[in-house]
Design a protein around this ligand. Structure first.
Ligand code: ZN
Length: 409
């Protein structure tokens, strides 16, 4: 690998020191502040750090942290990998990830959907993985359509190899200006944001995973990779049972995307898949915390599509605790609760907590789901019989539970 210019070396080193200082003073993992310091000293730092590496950028509304982790795990089979493991998914986080692993020949970067065009332009990444696009908190369909349009412009005319989920019409549209696309049929759980053709606005006809516009020629491309229940069918027609430890259909879809990305890097399924099976939890998700014989499994749901995925993972035989906040990172408006169908919880013992528990309580009441209100998560947990319980929490509620119960990973 060629040496970084002196100024970039210095900016990178100072950024790492700032990150260390931030960690030592207990202000989080330091990756954002470290990257910001580095970028302030050398605005071109991300481009310079990205040079001479093989990079994959991972973007989606849901599942990007997990998929980034799965791909990283796979590529470690070939060598050192730089990655932003804790979801610092804007340029400062990317600078930090790359400068912490200066000599890593590979980089796997989770990228915020809105930053994808900028990060792609700056890094010239060879591989981009696009999984799903749906409303996040207060975004509405028009905003995510604009986002997909920006992806189209960013990908057009570049040699980037895109790996995209063709079961999501908006992702398909966003990816289809790329020179090379590998289509993966990864399924689509949340369809509420894609009843209209992104090309012409006409109605989309759907049958199973297939979709096509009734009014123009836009339709689902033929996938090379297919998620088939608990297995993946590769481009040669070979069926691989996934047998991963991460639970649920959404994670099997993430694994299918990860295998396709690994192959784009020259890593065959037989070497990548065993690495995916080693991943048991991602930044605290799916971990179990314990207190007084109550074993609570933590599921994160940041938006309506995320709640559907969490319901899918949750064990219907268990009681469930729901915790909702509305701080900055969650979106301050909780009207998104009305986009989620909670009726699936009928018949289960449901406990409601979090700073906005009353908003959720009203939503459940209208959906005819009986529940118990608890002032704190500890109180909700103590109300359980000893044994297992599932917890679904949105972003800051999830972080509060993790910090109270220790960062068990
Ligand atoms: Zn159309």
């Amino acid at each position: 690998m060629t040496q970084l210019p002196l100024r970039a070396q210095l900016a990178s080193a100072l950024g790492r020191s700032a990150a260390t200082l931030s960690r030592m003073t207990g202000r989080g993992d330091g990756s954002v502040i470290g990257g910001r310091v580095g970028l302030m000293l050398e605005p071109d730092l991300l481009r310079q750090l990205a040079r001479d590496r093989r990079l994959a950028l991972i973007s989606a509304t849901n599942g990007k942290t997990t998929t980034t982790r799965l791909i990283t795990s796979a590529l470690l089979e070939m060598g050192e990998v730089a990655t932003n493991a804790y979801g610092a998914n804007m340029p400062a986080g990317h600078v930090s990830a790359l400068s912490q692993h200066k000599d890593a020949p590979y980089g796997v970067l989770e990228v915020d959907e809105k930053y994808l065009p900028e990060v792609l332009d700056t890094t010239g990444a060879g591989v981009v993985c696009l999984m799903n696009l749906s409303r996040d908190q207060m975004d509405r369909a028009a905003e995510i359509w604009l986002l997909a349009q920006k992806w189209r412009r960013a990908l057009s005319g570049k040699p980037t190899h895109v790996i995209a989920n063709c079961d999501d019409p908006l992702v398909t549209w966003g990816a289809s200006t790329a020179a090379k696309v590998t289509w993966v049929s990864g399924g689509q759980r949340w369809k509420e944001d894609s009843w209209c053709c992104p090309e012409c606005g006409g109605p989309l006809d759907r049958k199973d995973r297939h979709w096509a516009c009734r009014e123009c020629t836009f339709h689902r491309p033929e996938p090379q990779w297919i998620l088939d229940d608990d297995a993946v069918i590769d481009p040669r027609g070979q069926r691989w049972v996934l047998d991963i430890q991460l639970p649920g259909a959404a994670n099997r879809s993430n694994a299918a995307m990860a295998l396709a990305v690994a192959e784009a890097f020259g890593l065959p399924v037989e070497r990548a898949l065993p690495r995916l099976r080693e991943v048991t939890s991602v930044a605290g998700r799916y971990t179990t915390v314990e207190r007084d014989g109550r074993h609570a499994r933590l599921l994160l749901a940041k938006n309506p599509a995320g709640w559907l995925e969490a319901f899918d993972v949750s064990d219907p035989a268990l009681p469930i605790i729901l915790s909702v906040n509305a701080q900055g990172p969650d979106g301050r408006d909780t009207s998104w609760l009305w986009d989620v169908d909670y009726r699936i919880l009928r018949g289960r013992p449901v406990f409601v907590t979090g700073e906005r528990r009353l908003d959720l309580a009203l939503r459940l009441d209208v959906a005819d789901v009986p529940f118990v209100l608890a002032d704190t998560f500890s109180e909700a947990l103590a109300a359980q019989p000893p044994g297992r319980v599932d917890v679904i929490a949105n972003y800051t509620a999830f972080q509060q539970i993790r910090s109270e119960f220790g960062r068990a990973v």
